[in-house]
Design a protein around this ligand. Structure first.
Ligand code: CFM
Length: 462
């Protein structure tokens, strides 16, 4: 059980059970680092809040929906424009943000009137948009506003609209993970089964847990369409509100991000008997497995092989170029959780890189189980890592590249270590065969860019 207490954590020894190095011969039945528990006071967490998990990660991706954030304006601003999930309708969801802009007066006297006025104003301003999600925040949950009551009132007044309310105050859980959960469960309870999709193929799926980060969804959808598969709902990349109401009609739930969206797949199985198939969609070999599993489920094996052959022929030469140039490069993966286990084997087995450290902001035990099972002996595994731990890990393992977000990325840039955006990508998509090439290219360019070496120079000289 080789847990580590970093030097920077001597004042918070509780951090020891969150930091772990896998030993030779050890397996995940013997030890897993603690995760999905409250951040220890005194540690500089990188986590987000439950509201962020519901809005920024899942709901905010919908392309035809007003996102009404009931709270102080900062909650809206801080979850606007920070994630790159485009849509094919002119990026409506990236252009706008809506807030009830709660003020002190509303906190004292209640914010419901302001919420109702904001809803009516938003629909009046955007007459073509008929769908809305309302999010609660810490402030509006604490004062006890009842947004469901207000939504019901407005739905009676404006006949052709539909509103979904998600109760996701920031403090509802220990991280953004609680917001994922809340969104999944509430959507299932309130909206699934209230709309009937048009079925055009005997092979129907929900593609769950993919958010069209820099057009990832388009890549995967292209493969599924080539196989003759109809996507009933895409939870939630480039998706519409109504398609998600029809999720009960799919024959299979294909789950990519099991952390943020495994819950709705499980609920669909319980209520409608729709089976769940978990997949990985980053890396050549995983994509082949994904398509073969999908093909086997629908007896479309030949179609799957056709897609694989076509894509491999197109992208393999490019991928091979990087395969000979990345081996041995040391990389750290510091993202939310699932990308640790989605990526570690793909980077090690396909590109010959060495994943020397992994940190998850909010992964649960099952995420660590998968990351450690797929990961290598000697790799550092951290739950809810803090900034000082990151600095110490860098000193210990001296990585060539870090896959992380812009927040930590900016810190490591100052140390002249290249980073590639592991959340929103540098130049994606990263999913699928072409995505694997893009990711390899961005990593290669980051590692070999002369900029980091130049950044060390004092241009004044002497
Ligand atoms: Fe799933 Fe995601 Fe991720 Fe995630 Fe996130 Fe994300 Fe992430 Mo950033 S849904 S858990 S809450 S794969 S935003 S698109 S990259 S931390 S590892």
């Amino acid at each position: 059980m080789p847990t580590v207490l970093f030097d920077c954590d001597t004042a918070i020894p509780e951090r020891k059970r969150h930091c772990y190095i896998k030993e030779m011969g050890e397996d995940t039945t013997q030890y897993l680092p603690s995760s999905d528990i409250s951040t220890i006071p005194g540690t500089l967490s990188e986590r987000g809040c439950a509201y962020c998990g519901a809005k920024l990660v899942i709901g905010g991706v919908l392309k035809d929906t007003i996102q009404m954030i009931h709270g102080p304006v900062g909650c809206a601003y801080d979850t606007w424009h920070t994630k790159r999930y485009p849509s094919d309708n002119g990026n409506f969801q990236l252009k706008y943000v809506w807030s009830t802009n709660l003020k002190e007066k509303d906190v004292v006297f209640g914010g419901e009137r302001r919420l109702k006025a904001s809803i009516l104003e938003a629909f009046a301003e955007m007459p073509n948009i008929k769908r809305m999600i309302i999010y609660t925040t810490c402030a509006t949950a604490l004062i006890g506003d009842d947004p469901k009551k207000i939504a019901a009132e407005v739905q009676k007044e404006l006949k052709d609209i539909d509103i979904f309310v998600v109760e996701c105050p920031g403090f509802a859980g220990v991280s953004q993970s609680k917001g994922h959960h809340e969104f999944n469960i509430s959507w299932m309870r309130d909206k699934v089964g209230t709309w009937e999709p048009k079925i055009t193929s005997p092979y129907t799926i929900n593609f769950i847990g993919d958010y069209n980060i820099q057009e990832d969804s388009y890549v995967c959808e292209k493969y599924f369409h080539k196989m003759g598969i109809q996507i009933i709902a895409h939870f939630t990349g480039n998706t519409t509100y109504d398609s998600l109401r029809g999720m009960h009609r799919a024959k299979l739930n294909l789950v990519n991000c099991a952390r943020s969206a495994g819950y709705i797949a499980n609920e669909l199985k319980k209520s409608y008997g729709i089976p769940r198939m978990d997949i990985d969609s980053w890396g050549f070999e995983y994509c082949k497995i994904m398509l073969r599993k999908l093909g086997a489920f629908f007896s479309l094996e030949d179609k799957a092989e056709e897609v694989i052959a076509e894509e491999v022929e197109k992208w393999k030469p490019k991928y091979d170029w990087y395969k000979t140039r990345l081996p041995g490069k040391k990389v750290a993966i510091w993202t939310g959780g699932p990308r640790l286990w989605h990526w570690t084997r793909a980077l090690e087995d396909e590109l010959g890189m060495k994943v020397v450290a992994m940190s998850s902001k909010f992964g649960h035990q099952e995420d660590f189980e998968k990351a450690i099972a797929r990961g290598t002996t000697g790799t550092i595994y951290i739950d809810d890592g803090n900034e000082l731990e990151f600095f110490e890990v860098i000193e210990k393992v001296n990585p060539d590249l870090i896959l992380t977000g812009p927040r930590v990325g900016d810190l490591v840039k100052k140390l002249h270590i290249p980073y590639v955006n592991g959340h929103a990508y540098h130049n994606g998509p990263y999913m699928g065969f072409e995505g694997a090439v893009n990711m390899a290219r961005d990593m290669y360019n980051a590692i070999n860019s002369p900029l980091m070496k130049l950044a060390k120079e004092d241009l004044r000289g002497g």
